[in-house]
Ligand binder design. Structure first.
Ligand SMILES: CC(C)(COP(=O)(O)OP(=O)(O)OC[C@H]1O[C@@H](n2cnc3c(N)ncnc32)[C@H](O)[C@@H]1OP(=O)(O)O)[C@@H](O)C(=O)NCCC(=O)NCCS
Length: 432
C-alpha cells in the first residue's frame, strides 16, 4: 500500500469541496477536521464522542488489549506469563520503566519501595480525623491527595530523579494508607509497616496484625494477593487512567493526579462490579434457582453481573487466572459456599444462546469478590485493593504523559446547547 492509500477522501456537501485526510495507525487527526469549514470565519468541523468510545487520546506503549481475542499484555508480555512467573513489584517496574529489571535493578527497586512504606505521623493524625464509618475509598482518595502537601517538591515533574522518587513513594505508601483506612473502620490501632516482609506480606500484616510480634501471612494467601495486584496493574485508557492523565495534563504533581484516579475508581461503574456479583450470588441462594435467574436476565429484568465487558468480547484473560487463584485461596480459607453457584452459573451461561450471541463472558469481577470475601475483606475494601494494584499502571501512564511532547492540557470541546446573549433582568424586576 502506498502512502496515498493511507488517506480518507471526503466531500463536504455543504460547500461541494473535497478533502483528503491522512490516516495514521488507523486513526484520523481530529485537528484535520477543523480545516473543513463552510466559511473562513466559521469554526471547522469537530467530532462528538461522549465517553470517548471511539477517540484515541494518546499514543501509549504500556498496555495492549485485543478484546476480540481476549489478549492482555503489559509492555508486550502476556498477562498469563506475568501472573505465573513474575511478582507485583517486578511488573510495576516493567510497566513504569518499559523493561524487565536486571537483578541489581530489581533488588534496588524492592529495597527502595520497602524503605518508603512509612508515612509522616501527621498522615496518621489526618486519617484518625475521619468519621468512624468513613468509606475506606474516600479515606484513600483524600490521603493520597494529602501526600502532595508532605512532598511539595513533587510538583517538579520535569526532573527524572524527582519523578522516580515520587513513584517509589506512591507505590510504597498505598498499602499503608489502604490498610489504615481498613483499620480505622474497625476502631483498631494502625499497624506500622514491617520492612522485613514482602510487599503483600507487609500489607497483610498492616491489615490483620494484632498483638503478635510479627505477622506471618500464609504464603499461598500472600501469593494470591500478589497475583490479583498483577492482574489489576494496568488496563490501558480506562476511566481512572484517563482521569489520571487528564488531571496530570495540567502538570500538577503525581499525588494529585493519582488521587483523581482513586476518585474515578470509587464510582460503581468502574470499581464496584465484584460487590454486585456477591450480592447477586447471595440472592440466587442455591443452584436450583439458577434457571429462573437466567430467564430473568434474558427477559431483560436484570443483568448477570460479572459478565460482559466494553472491550472483551471473549473470556477476560484475567478471569481465567483469578478462577485458578480461587483454588489456592480456598485451600487455606475453606471454600466460599457461593463458589458452587458461581461455577454453575458460568457453565449454564456459557452454553446459553443469549450470552453466546452477545459474546458475554466472565470478566475480572466475576470471581475476584469471592476471593476477597474469603480473605475477610468487607465489600468497601474491594476497590481499595483494586487501587493498590492499579497504582503502577496509573504512574506508568502518567510518566508517559509527562514525557510525551505531543500531549497538551486536556480540554475537550463541547456542543453548546444553551441560550445566547440574554439581557440580565435585575432581581427587583424579576421578583416583582
Ligand atoms: C460491562 C458492561 C457495562 C459493558 O456494556 P456495553 O459494552 O455497553 O454493552 P451493552 O450494554 O451495549 O450490551 C450489549 C448487549 O448485551 C447485553 N448485556 C451486556 N451485559 C450483560 C449482562 N451482564 N447480562 C445480561 N445481558 C447483558 C445487553 O443487554 C445488550 O443486549 P441487546 O443487544 O439485546 O440490547 C455490561 O456488559 C454490564 O453491565 N456487565 C455487568 C456489570 C459488570 O460485570 N461490570 C464489570 C465490568 S469489568
Amino acid at each position: 500500500m502506498t502512502d496515498a492509500d493511507q488517506s480518507l477522501s471526503v466531500r463536504d456537501n455543504r460547500t461541494g469541496k473535497d478533502y483528503t485526510l491522512e490516516i495514521t495507525d488507523g486513526t484520523l487527526r481530529a485537528a484535520d477536521f477543523a480545516k473543513i469549514r463552510t466559511d473562513e470565519d466559521e469554526p471547522g468541523l469537530a467530532l462528538y464522542d461522549p465517553g470517548f468510545t471511539n477517540t484515541a487520546s494518546c499514543r501509549s506503549a504500556v498496555t495492549f488489549i485485543d478484546g476480540e481475542k481476549g489478549i492482555l499484555e503489559y509492555r508486550g508480555y502476556p498477562i498469563e506469563q506475568l501472573a505465573e512467573k513474575s511478582t507485583f513489584l517486578e511488573v510495576a517496574y516493567l510497566l513504569i520503566y518499559g523493561e524487565l529489571p536486571s537483578k541489581e535493578q530489581y533488588e534496588q527497586w524492592v529495597h527502595e519501595i520497602t524503605y518508603h512504606t512509612f508515612v509522616h505521623e501527621n498522615v496518621k493524625g489526618f486519617m484518625h480525623g475521619f468519621r468512624y464509618d468513613a468509606h475506606p475509598m474516600g479515606m484513600l482518595m483524600a490521603s493520597v491527595g494529602a501526600l502532595s502537601t508532605f512532598y511539595p517538591e513533587s510538583n517538579d515533574i520535569k526532573d527524572a530523579d524527582n519523578r522516580h522518587l515520587q513513584i517509589v513513594r506512591m507505590i510504597a505508601k498505598m498499602p499503608t494508607l489502604g490498610a489504615w483506612a481498613f483499620r480505622h473502620a474497625q476502631g483498631k490501632p494502625f499497624v506500622y509497616p514491617d520492612n522485613e516482609l514482602s510487599y503483600t506480606e507487609n500489607f497483610l500484616s498492616m491489615l490483620f496484625r494484632m498483638s503478635e510480634q510479627s505477622y506471618a501471612a500464609d504464603p499461598r494467601i500472600a501469593k494470591a494477593l500478589d497475583v490479583l495486584f498483577i492482574l489489576h496493574a494496568d488496563h490501558e485508557q480506562n476511566c481512572s487512567t484517563n482521569a489520571v492523565r487528564s488531571v496530570g495534563s495540567s502538570q500538577v504533581d503525581p499525588y494529585s493526579s493519582v488521587a483523581a484516579g482513586v476518585a474515578a475508581l470509587y464510582g460503581p461503574l468502574h470499581g464496584g462490579a465484584n460487590e454486585a456479583v456477591l450480592k447477586m450470588l447471595r440472592r440466587i441462594g442455591s443452584k436450583e434457582n439458577i434457571p429462573d435467574f437466567i430467564q430473568g436476565v434474558k427477559d431483560g429484568d436484570e443483568r448477570l453481573m460479572g459478565f460482559g465487558h466494553r472491550v472483551y468480547k471473549n473470556y477476560d484473560p484475567r478471569a481465567k487466572i483469578i478462577k485458578k487463584a480461587c483454588d489456592d485461596v480456598f485451600e487455606v480459607t475453606g471454600v466460599n459456599p457461593l463458589l458452587e453457584i458461581a461455577q454453575e452459573l458460568e457453565k449454564i451461561a456459557l452454553e446459553d444462546d443469549y450470552f453466546v450471541q452477545r459474546k458475554l463472558y466472565p470478566n475480572v469481577d466475576f470471581y475476584s469478590g469471592l476471593i476477597y470475601e474469603a480473605l475477610s475483606f468487607p465489600p468497601e475494601m474491594f476497590t481499595v485493593l483494586f487501587a493498590i494494584g492499579r497504582t503502577p499502571g496509573w504512574l506508568a501512564q502518567w510518566l508517559e504523559l509527562v514525557q510525551d511532547k505531543e500531549q497538551k492540557i486536556a480540554r475537550p470541546k463541547q456542543i453548546y446547547t444553551g441560550d445566547r446573549t440574554v439581557d440580565f433582568v435585575p432581581r427587583e424586576e424579576r421578583w416583582a
